[in-house]
Design a protein around this ligand. Sequence first.
Ligand code: SF4
Length: 115
Amino acid sequence: MAYNLKEVVANKPARFTSGHRMCAGCGAPVVGRMVLRALKNEDHAVICNATGCMEVSTFIYPYTSWTDSFIHTAFENAGATLSGVEAAYKAMKRQNKLSGTTTKFIAFGGDRRNI
Ligand code: SF4
């Protein structure tokens, strides 16, 4: 399905907000913001971020640029961490312990070199 990028940028709120401490000109925040703009407004997301610039510069306790749920994990296991979270989500869904919201699971593997 084709979509109009100008419309998406103009009309969808940024779920990855400004105020982070990534370097000026870094491509990673742009990529992260656009990935999240691909979600439907009503979707919830669980973001898992392996250690890297994207993690250390966007989630400095108690501040965060992420408006969705966020998990920091080690360099090598963002996929494993997030698949465990998704398995728990599916189990709770089967048991009717969660409402009807749709949750997306997104892993970022560190900084711009390996997003
Ligand atoms: S990847 Fe990290 S060090 Fe490189 S430009 Fe982005 S924020 Fe700066």
